[in-house]
Each structure stands twice: as C-alpha cells, then as structure tokens.
Design a protein around this ligand. Structure first.
Ligand SMILES: [Zn+2]
Ligand SMILES: [Zn+2]
Ligand SMILES: [Zn+2]
Length: 668
C-alpha cells in the first residue's frame, strides 16, 4: 500500500496540464480515480496503477482551450466555465468556504473544474472543506481527500455507481451495492483454510492480521467477511517484506495492530453516521416546522385565523400530516401558489366541521337541560316511583315538539327550563303510558328464557325476579323499569351517529337498549324456596302479600346457633347464591322489634345512599343524625329515610341473631 504524502506545489495559473494530473495521482495514492467522481466507467476502488496511467493520458490529452470552447456553447455552464480562468489563489479563497460535497459536485460539472480540483494544489481547498464540517472524521492514511469526500458524502456503489449502495468499509473508504459486494469480499473467510494458511502465521495469526467486517444483509444472519482488497494487499506486502529466517514473526509484529486500527475506524464511522442521521432528522423536523408555520401564516393572512385557532386535535394532526404540509422544503411564493387551493379547501372543510361542532355543543347543552328537567320531575314524584330515563322520554313521539325546540331553534336562542314547562306537565301521563308499553318487552324476556307463554300477572309474583348482566343483581318488577344499568348507553356504537351523540348528551339510553336485561329461571327456582319457606305458594304469592310480612330468617349459620336475618326481598335476591339454604319466616314479634333496632343501627353506621323523606336530599346513611338535626328531627327513626329498592347497597344489610331469639329453632 502506497503511503506517499502529497507534495507541496507552487500555485499554477493553468489548471490542466500533464503535470497537474500527475499530482492528482499523487494525492490519490490509493486510487488514481476517486470512485463516483466521474460518472463514466466502473471500478473506482480497484483501479490499478496501470489503469491510472491510462486515464492520466486520456485526461491529459484534453487541451484547456478545447474544453472552454466546447463549454462556451452551453449556456447552462457558461458562467461556471469561467471559474478556472480566475487566478487560482482567488478561486481557492472562494472554494474554501464550500463543503466537501459541493466540491465534488463542482468537480463533476466541467473537465476544467475537475482538473483544478483534482490538482494537488487544491489539497488545501479540500482540507478546509473538510474542516467546514464539524466533528468530521480525519481522512485515513492512504486515501485521497476527494476519495474520502466521495465516500463520506455520497452513497454510490464504487463498482457500478448505482445509487444508495448499502455496504460501506470505512478504513478503505469504499462502498458496494448488493450486486457488487460478492466480488469484493471473501465470505466465510475462517472456514477457508487455503486463505488463512496463505497468511503469515497461518490460521491463528489471521485473526490479528485481517479485520473481519460485519455484513448485515436483509433476511440473512449477520456475516463476518474479509475485504478482498485487504487480503490482496496484505499478501503483497508480505511478499515484498525482506526475506529472513524470522520473516513471518517480524511481519506479524509489524502488522499486529492492523486489524485493530481498521476496527476502530469502522466504529468511528458508524458512530459518525448515526450522529449525522440524527442531525439530518432534526434538520428535517425543523424545516417541516418552518414550512408548516409559513403555511399557517399565509392562511392567517387569507382570513383563516379563527379556523386555525379552532382546529380540533385530530384536525391539527390531519393538517400537519398533509402531504403538502409535511415536507422539509421551505415555502416559496411559487410553492404557495401551487398548494394554496388545496390548503384553502382544507381550511374551509375544517371551518365547516368546527361550525358543526359548535352547533353540536349548543344542542348538547339543551339536551342536558332536558335531562335536568326529567330529574327535577323525578324528585317531585313519590320516593321510589319508577320514572323512565331522559333518553326514554326524548325519543317518544310525545317529545316531538321538545326535540324541535332543542334541535331546530337558532344557535342564538337561549333555551331554558321554561321551554319545557308545558311538556313537563304531561309527564305523569307519559310515564304511565310508557310503563304499560314496556310490559310486552318484559314478558318476551321471560318467554325467551323459559319457553312458556306468560301474561302480565306473572310480573307481580314475588318469585319473578329479573337479572342484570352488568351488575348481576336480581331485581323485581317494577323496579327493573328504572334499574340504572339498563339506562346505560350501549358500549358499542349504534350505527346511527346522531343517535349516539344524543345518548351521550342525555347521559342515558332508552331502557334496555344495551340488552343488559335477562331472566334466569334458576334464580326464580331458589326464590321460590324462600316463598315456600314462608308458607306461601310461589305460583300465586304476590309481592304485596310478602311485603305485608316483615322479616325472614336464613339458616346459614344454624350450626353455630345463629341465623342470618334479612328482609324477604333481600332473601329472594340473594337466595341463588346459597341454593342449599333453608328459609323460614321469623315467628316472634319480639325478634322483629329487636331486628328493627339492629337495622336502624346498621344504617346509621354504614355508607348506604338514602333519601331524606323530609327534603328528598340524597345522603350517606351515616350522616343521617346530623342531617335530621337540621330538620329538628330526633331521635332518627327508620321512617325518616328511604332506601331505594333498586339500590344495590340495600343488600348489604343483614344480621345474625341466635336461633332461640328468633324463635325459628323448631323449623330448622
Ligand atoms: Zn454495484
Ligand atoms: Zn345492574
Ligand atoms: Zn332532609
């Protein structure tokens, strides 16, 4: 490998002489032709001295005058062709502000410029160009400055010149494409005994002498390769090494660090490339941001300021990702002229969407007001009254006028509760009609589950409990018509988008639109056991019959001498959880009284949600004493508050008393 240092030469006015070409060759000590520089023929990296000499002749035969004459005809290159005419010191003074890539491009424009830049006298220009790139690696020994620049700043294959060659070898400053790499590397070098035995020291020393590059091809494991050029040079150097008895050892000693140095160079290069990639990415982002801001400025000037400020997050995203916006190219007047119609159309679309959103907000507020009106009505009803949800009312024909007020009044019209006053007066009538209209639905749920024809009377039986798929509670009729879970909007969007947004505004859905209602015959069977335990016939006993009786005992802890005591509704609702329990009616009025106190104490110490019967406020049961003192009521009694039957927390109440106390012993 030649390591000739470039010789200093005095500045020359004429760029193209045989002598200058010779100097270029000196500068290109590895290669006379730096790869990719000339878009002409092939094997840039592997050119031999002979070939270099041939090229030299060819180039040298160009006379300066011929070239300039030829180029003078070309308008495009007219100005550039004057550059080599300039005094060299002035030209170099200008060129030293360029980057290596600029110099490479310049060298490719005309033969004259090429001659100037490939001249050894231009070495300082290349060096200062290199210094213009912060943190750039040094030019490796034995590689010319242009060859180094070509390797670092272009991506062509050094054999076939195809762009974006994937495999780089930094210590040699060569790069190959996937088609050419096969001819340039030795695959599986360590498994080839002929190769390693040809090296001084044989196979063992080959690890020290040859650097193994990693080649990462798609869909193939990473391969370790030797560069053919490394191998050939090493063999040649060894042949030229002075003969002696200890030739192999001496050579090895001399070359020991070769592979290490190459490895370090590779590492530095990868590191540099990663940094550059990160830098380029940052620059791209910055350029994109700049373009986007410039477009926004133009649109603001065009009167879209309000629309820009009112863009929704997803619209902003859509705008940023628009192919005309998301480009790292700065916005020029010409570009703006091209993209303006599309951008304006986009903004008009956003404006339209924004107005629709604003309209939807106004309607949403009116619907919320409607829901509030329904809520106020419910609070005026007797405690525990079944009142449908706002969504149930909203979609009924009777609400047509109200819907028109909400959905069709102009934006600026303030809608208040007053607008719904007339409608509110009709609610008792609408409620009762609605309840009747729901009965066929309830019956069909029972029929589907049991396969039996049933009529309305079955709903009033004490054993008839429905189940909720969402909370798994058992619920009686008519409370099932107001069960909160059944008023939840369905999880999956109904196809109708406007209906969906109505449900969101009202925060409820029409009853059982989410299909959470179900009927489980096994629960009815265990409920029947409770009723039988009370001495009644499940097929005829109605809820009102059982409400007349007060408490029931459960034999859960009978072996400890205690029984679990609870109200019959709770017993029916939980009976399916312990289907083997025996149920009986409490017989002693004393135990009921005792139980009554226990129940009151339970509420006063728990956090069940209850309603005050005096002011209808909802509160936590443990706050009852404080609350009642405001009403000047005391001591608190069970009749001072109301626990909704649909409130699942009511099920938390039960208590254990001794079998003797409840008088149920003889029944167990
Ligand atoms: Zn190639
Ligand atoms: Zn539920
Ligand atoms: Zn109150």
């Amino acid at each position: 490998m030649s390591t000739v240092q470039p010789r200093r030469s005095s500045r020359r006015r004429t760029a193209t002489t045989k002598a200058s070409f010779k100097l270029i060759n000196d500068a290109h000590s590895t290669e006379d032709e730096e790869p990719g520089l000339d878009n002409g023929d092939g094997d840039g990296d592997g050119a031999t001295q002979q070939r270099g000499a041939k090229r030299q002749k060819t180039k040298g035969s160009y006379a300066k005058t011929t070239v300039t004459k030829k180029l003078a005809g070309s308008r495009k290159r007219g100005r550039l062709s004057a550059l080599p005419e300039m005094p060299l010191d002035i030209l170099f003074e200008i060129l030293k502000y360029l980057d290596p890539l600029d110099l490479l491009r310049m060298a490719r424009t005309t033969k004259d410029l090429r001659s100037v830049l490939m001249n050894r006298s231009a070495l300082s220009v290349w060096k200062s160009a290199r210094a213009n790139i912060p943190f750039l690696l040094d030019c490796p020994e034995g590689v010319s400055e242009p060859a180094f620049a070509n390797f670092m700043f272009t991506t062509n294959c050094h054999v076939c010149l195809s762009p974006r060659a994937a495999y780089s070898f930094a210590a040699r400053c060569v790069r190959y494409c996937k088609n050419c790499i096969d001819r340039k590397v030795i695959w599986k070098p360590y498994s080839n005994l002929d190769l390693s035995s040809a090296l001084p020291g044989g196979r063992a020393a080959s690890f020290k002498l040859m650097y193994t590059y990693e080649v990462n091809r798609p869909n193939t494991p990473i391969a370790g390769v030797w560069l053919q050029q490394d191998y050939d040079d090493l063999l040649k150097e060894y042949q030229e090494f002075p003969e002696s008895a200890t030739k192999a050892e001496d050579f090895l000693e001399l070359k020991k660090s070769t592979a290490n140095n190459i490895g370090e160079r590779e590492y530095e290069y990868r590191d540099w490339m990663e940094q550059q990639e990160a830098l380029r990415a940052m620059q791209r982002y910055a350029a994109r941001d700049e373009r986007r801001d410039a477009i926004l400025d133009r649109l603001t000037t065009a009167g879209f300021g309000e629309d820009i400020r009112g863009m929704a997050t997803w619209e902003l995203q859509q705008f940023r990702n628009h192919h005309m916006v998301k480009q790292p190219r700065l916005l020029s007047d010409r570009i703006w002229k091209n993209i303006e119609p599309t951008m304006v159309a986009l903004m008009l679309m956003f404006r339209n969407q924004r107005r629709q959103r604003e309209r939807a907000k106004i309607i949403a507020r009116r619907r919320e007001l409607f829901a509030r009106m329904v809520n106020l009505y419910e609070r005026e009803c007797p405690l525990g009254e079944v009142v449908p949800s706002a969504a149930d009312f909203y979609f009924l024909d009777s609400a047509t006028t109200v819907r028109q007020i909400i959905e069709e009044s102009p934006d600026e019209e303030e809608i208040t509760l007053e607008h719904f006053a007339q409608y509110k007066n009709q609610l008792p009538q609408i409620c009762s009609e609605w309840k009747t209209s729901m009965i066929p639905q309830l019956l069909s749920v029972i029929q589907r589950a049991t396969g039996e024809e049933v009529d309305e009377s079955v709903l009033h039986l004490a054993k008839t409990i429905f189940a909720c798929r969402l909370c798994d509670e058992s619920i009686f009729y008519p409370e099932i018509l107001a069960h909160a879970c059944l008023q939840e909007p369905p999880l999956f969007d109904p196809v109708d988008v406007s209906r969906r947004s109505t449900l969101i505004d009202l925060e409820t859905a029409p009853w059982n639109e989410n299909h959470a209602l179900t009927y489980r015959p096994r629960r009815v069977d265990s409920a029947s056991e409770v009723i039988r335990g009370c001495g009644l016939k499940p097929d005829t006993a109605k809820t009102e019959d059982l409400d007349a009786k007060e408490f029931w005992a459960m034999s859960l802890t009978a072996d400890l001498g205690d029984v679990e005591v609870m109200d019959w509704r709770r017993a029916v609702r939980v009976s399916h959880i312990h289907p083997d329990d025996q149920w009986c009616q409490l017989s002693k009025p004393e135990s009921m009284r005792c139980f009554g106190d226990v129940e009151l104490m339970f509420y006063l110490n728990s956090i069940t949600i209850v309603a005050c019967v005096h002011c209808r406020a909802l509160l936590l049961s443990r706050d009852l004493i404080d609350h009642m003192s405001d009403h000047k009521v005391g001591p608190v009694e069970r009749s001072d508050f109301f626990v909704h039957r649909d409130n699942p927390t009511i099920c938390t109440f039960s208590t254990s008393i001794s079998v003797d106390q409840c008088g149920a012993k003889e029944l167990l």
